[in-house]
Design a binder for this molecule. Structure first.
Ligand SMILES: [Zn+2]
Length: 194
């Protein structure tokens, strides 16, 4: 982070930022359509924008996209934001399942409680439909300084950990916890109305 070759300008607010915190937009399909490229893997020309409704809207309204791609584009900001939010959500899935495979996350109330007690838990991930344990989990999260994100549902969360369903997981690796929080912030900001 911070190397000059990784600095990009946001096409919305024009402020510079590290490309890792900016959302890349590319053209795809025929006729070409503007799509998010959260993984920054798509070939061709790309434009960076803060992953917020405000900056997406600005980038569309000010003609910055048109100039960058040299063609008339009138994307639906709501749809772009929702696609990008979906991609960040899948990024969270990917980070969680690789944390699980690397032994850097634990799942299920019992093991999470243990990880919190032993001060190994750095971030809690709670299924949106976790009910019974939720209050207790939230209290644990408070002890962790509020490091808690609500993601997915019990079944989908379970799949990432090779289980039928889980209500809560704890990440024990600082780097992964940080990446998860960045992605979760993007999901939240893209979901907000501009
Ligand atoms: Zn911006």
């Amino acid at each position: 982070m911070g190397r000059t070759d990784s600095i990009r300008s946001c096409a919305g607010c024009r402020q510079k930022g590290d490309r890792d915190v900016l959302l890349r937009l590319v053209l795809s399909g025929d006729p070409p359509e503007l799509v998010p490229d959260v993984r920054r893997r798509a070939g061709g020309r790309g434009v960076s924008v803060h992953p917020t409704r405000t900056c997406l809207t600005k980038a569309v309204r000010t003609g910055a996209l048109k100039r960058a791609f040299r063609r008339e584009l009138s994307p639906d900001v709501d749809q772009l934001a929702s696609w990008a939010g979906g991609q960040y959500g899948r990024r969270i899935d990917g980070l969680l399942s690789s944390a699980h495979r690397a032994g850097k996350a634990v799942a299920g109330s019992e093991r999470v409680r243990e990880a919190v007690r032993e001060r190994q838990a750095l971030l809690l991930v709670v299924a949106s439909d976790a009910r019974g344990d939720r209050d207790e989990i939230m209290r644990s999260a408070e002890r962790l300084g509020g490091a808690c994100l609500v993601h997915s549902d019990r079944q989908a969360l379970g799949r990432l950990f090779g289980r039928e369903s889980i209500a809560v997981a704890a990440v024990t690796d600082a780097g992964i916890a940080e990446e998860l929080q960045v992605a979760a912030r993007c999901v939240a900001e893209l979901a907000e109305a501009s």
